[in-house]
Unconditional design. Structure first.
Length: 700
């Protein structure tokens, strides 16, 4: 009876809230349509009122009228942006108005207050929040999950409260399906229901089921470096995306998506996560891979040393301040056949500032000096008849593209002015090349400094940053997922390429599947030296895999981690282990495992030990329902996908089939142990191990 009464009360509240949201959506839509019509009418009236007389005095009046019209348009645009944002939040909340409620008794308040928490916040006509954004300070008491006396931070103050009720809801639009009163996260029915959903080709957000240890990462104080170690399935990637959403909320006045970089392991993973933030109403940050960053910088194909040493970078740092550049270290900058900046000019500009040690400061002064020479060239050539004739010979399309109209200079000064504009456009690439240091032969310089025959991507980029400077100076945050797969030299380059950014580094040392990558101790030391301090968090609860699968991959952990790791999933199917006697029996067992998986719902992955082995398996499984996934491909939404372990990192599947789980393919070596751990831990419900011979001793 009590439960029925509470359910009815909550359904009434939901219905009222939903009606408010519908009214807000309708009202904002009408306002936007009305504002658009009014804006069009206002600008048309202003345009008609403007005089187009060419008299000089009238032109000044016309310019003033144009400025007034621009201010009117800017005002409408600002109003439209605010209303569009409110409409977006209303539409998001109409899918599910809120997912939780807390009842808080504030100090000096007579009655407790019910606060409903949703994916976004919304206010009523009195500017009171009837739904609170999950990222707001007060919502933290929900995620802290401790009833009784607690507190939260807001505007630099600690607010003491008594948490009397923590209630979760299962809601679809205006229908209340269920509610749960709970205090302990791992017993939450909504969490387990969410975790039981079948896996798809895209990641879903975890806003409604964020757990206490995850919340500590998401809401962690803004620090230079936050290093997060999490076991497989602990929600590292979801936490990373929630952290980005939290930062967008807390710094919404001055943080833009372009200020945040998310570096992902591969293109498949980037597509896997690209819907999460938009589904929460936030824009994606800049998402790229290491290879994508190198390609953007023109370094594709250079590769990196597998065992790159920080000593190499230290040698560059030591050599640059006293570096002596000869004439052969410079090159001309040209536009077509025209030499705009000569190598001799570049050398003279650098030597002009010889009192300053070599490095970004000196090179920046030289660049400004060279730019001034280019500007002098523009001023001189703007009065050159041949250059003026070349400008006038531009096609009509080229003239309109460059000047916005066809050329018809009224006098010599206007002709000179147009020629300057033409030359600045013509030399724009040269100015960019000056900033980029393209007038320095970095390969020649670097090979001399390092006594090497070639420079890899890391060495070349680090030399450029040390000598010329550059990088993404306006980046505020850099998030690196699967950080254990990077070398120390790669991470050192990232730290220098993003010199003013704060870093969030997430990974699992047990998933380091490449030789020569950085340990967490090395990562900690590296970033501590560069940025001063490193905060750390650990995520030791697995939300992905069943206890049976978790127990299996935990056999591959050291004893300390094995004891700490736990799973919150209900018991499921025991791992299936198939030991085969010979190639024919092995291939038949593999085909049968694929056939069984193809009959089930959801997404299954066959995870190969290497890329070359994945290609061999594709031939063995030809004619089956298997779909092979390439580096730049997409995961299927269901069925059976074949991919290698490196490509599978960060992903999860309902079922996983792991071929070749015998000693020959998985001997007792750290990298092989990590690859097997990674492959097994991709599975949520069922894992099948197929060995051509006896099962590897790593799991016996």
């Amino acid at each position: 009876m009590e439960q029925d009464r509470v359910f009815e009360e909550e359904q009434r509240h939901l219905s009222n809230t939903y009606a408010k949201l519908e009214a807000i959506e309708s009202e904002v839509r009408d306002q936007l349509e009305s504002d658009l019509a009014e804006a069009l009418e206002s600008t048309e009236e202003l345009f008609e009122a403007m005089s187009l007389n060419q008299d000089a005095d009238i032109q000044l009046e016309t310019l003033a009228e144009l400025e007034a019209m621009n201010r009117v348009i800017e005002g409408y645009n600002l109003s439209a942006d605010i209303k569009t944002e409110k409409l977006r939040r209303a539409q998001l909340l109409l899918l599910s108005p809120y997912f939780a409620k807390v009842r808080l008794k504030f100090e000096h308040a007579d009655e407790p207050k019910d606060i409903y928490i949703g994916a976004a916040g919304m206010t009523d006509d009195m500017r009171r929040h009837f739904i609170v954004d999950w990222r707001s300070p007060v919502a933290e008491v929900y995620y802290n999950q401790a009833n009784g006396a607690t507190s939260y931070e807001a505007n630099g103050r600690t607010i003491e409260v008594d948490l009397q009720l923590r209630r979760q809801f299962d809601i679809c639009r205006d229908e209340l399906r269920a509610y749960f009163d709970t205090t302990v996260a791992i017993e939450d029915p909504l969490l387990l229901a969410s975790l039981s959903k079948r896996r798809t080709a895209r990641l879903t957000d975890i806003t409604t089921t964020i757990q206490k240890e995850q919340n500590q990462v998401i809401r962690h104080a803004d620090v230079p470096v936050l290093l997060v170690h999490g076991i497989a399935g602990s929600g590292k990637t979801s936490v990373l995306l929630q952290r980005i959403a939290y930062l967008f909320y807390t710094e919404r006045e001055n943080l833009k998506p372009s200020d945040v970089y998310l570096i992902t392991p591969n293109e498949v993973f980037g597509r896997y996560i690209d819907n999460v933030l938009p589904d929460m109403g936030e824009s994606n940050p800049q998402i790229l891979t290491w290879d994508g960053l190198m390609a953007r910088l023109g370094l594709a194909g250079r590769g990196i040393a597998k065992n790159g040493s920080l000593d190499v970078l230290a040698r560059i740092d030591a050599a640059v301040p006293s570096l002596q550049l000869g004439q052969g270290d410079y090159c001309d900058l040209r536009v077509d056949d025209e030499r705009v900046v000569a190598a001799a000019q570049a050398r003279a500009s650098v030597e002009k500032f010889s009192r300053i040690p070599m490095g970004p400061h000196r090179i920046a002064l030289a660049i400004e000096d060279l730019k001034e020479k280019v500007e002098q060239r523009i001023m001189r050539l703007s009065r050159d008849e041949a250059t003026q004739d070349a400008m006038m010979s531009l096609s009509n399309e080229e003239q309109i593209s460059l000047f916005g109209q066809q050329l018809a200079p009224l006098d010599d000064e206007e002709l000179v002015s147009c020629t300057r504009q033409y030359l600045r456009a013509r030399y724009a690439r040269v100015l960019d090349d000056l900033d980029d240091g393209a007038w320095l032969r970095l390969d020649r310089i670097g090979m001399r400094v390092l006594d090497a025959q070639t420079l890899d991507a890391v060495e070349w980029l680090y030399l450029k940053l040390a000598l010329v400077g550059g990088g993404e100076r306006y980046a505020r945050y850099v998030m690196v997922d699967e950080v254990q797969d990077y070398t120390t030299t790669q991470l050192a380059v990232l730290a220098r390429f993003f010199p003013n950014a704060h870093f969030l580094l997430l990974g699992d040392e047990n998933q380091a599947v490449n030789e020569g990558t950085a340990s967490f101790a090395e990562i900690r030391n590296l970033f501590g030296e560069i940025l001063g301090s490193v905060d750390e968090c650990a995520l030791m609860i697995s939300y992905r895999s069943s206890p049976e699968i978790t127990d299996l991959f935990c056999k591959l952990l050291d004893e300390t981690e094995r004891v700490q790791a736990t799973s919150v999933q209900p018991s499921g199917t025991s791992p299936i282990i198939i030991e085969c006697d010979g190639r024919d029996e092995y291939e038949a067992a593999l085909r049968q495992a694929v056939a069984d998986a193809a009959d089930d719902e959801g997404l299954t992955a066959i995870i190969a030990n290497s890329r070359s082995r994945a290609k061999q398996l594709a031939k063995i499984l030809a004619g089956t329902a298997v779909q092979q996934v390439s580096d730049d491909g997409r995961l299927p939404s269901e069925g059976v996908a074949l991919l290698d372990v490196k490509l599978a990192k960060g992903l999860e599947f309902d079922q996983v089939i792991i071929p070749d789980v015998q000693d020959g393919a998985f001997p007792d070596e750290p990298i092989r142990r990590h690859r097997l751990y990674t492959a097994i831990s991709r599975a949520t419900k069922r894992v099948t191990l197929v060995a051509n011979g006896r099962l590897t001793g790593l799991l016996r």
